[in-house]
Design a protein around this ligand. Sequence first.
Ligand code: FES
Length: 246
Amino acid sequence: MSDFSALRERLKKQCDEIIAQYEQPRSALLPLVHLFQQSEGYASPEALRAVAEMLDLSQAVVESTVSFYTLFYRKPVGKYMLQVCRGLACTLNGAEDIMAYFREQLGISHLQTTADGLFSYEEVECLAACDRATCMQVNLNFVYDLTSQMIDDMLAAMRAGKYAVPPLAQTRAPERSWTERQDFEVSTGGKSAGAQDQPDPNNPGGLDRDGIIMLDRILSDEARFKGRTNERLANVEPALAQVIEE
Ligand code: FES
């Protein structure tokens, strides 16, 4: 019996109990993937296939649902998955400095894992804890009101094996970096109209185009709005700097 078959057998009772809690079996999709992720350290392709089978769903439905959430790690990751929020409230409260500090202390960047397999680092969209910005998740546990001192203490405790949040299971060695393939790499012209020009999730952290426009709307009065926004956009995506002019 393969390792995954043995795991599936071992989790069968728990899976059945989860499915029984819902009127529609498909509602158990996320809890089931979460259960497998807890056991394997990531949402493996085998786990996604097993969940599709259990719920009588297509693989595409499971993949597309799971890929929406940064709660699920679709590649093997480090024992500590550090996900720092780069949403608007966190950015206004200093997330760019926090992210820069993490990158400096870890020696890795967005969507990368340290050589020893201990840390993976990702910059994610709003974690819905805006009142405690700047914030992050460590193996999905929230950490609020981040400071550089907190980051120092946290990383030291993790390295010493004394951090309050336990490490993830690591059933497969993580690669040094991972990126999700973009629509234009998978097919041409397949992106829906609403998804055109959306920020690239593989970009390193910082404000994207939409964040810049929103930030300037909050911080600036109408007279200063266009100039400030175009100046910022020109630094990020020069081709889009005309957006506000039109
Ligand atoms: S912007 Fe960071 S939690 Fe909402």
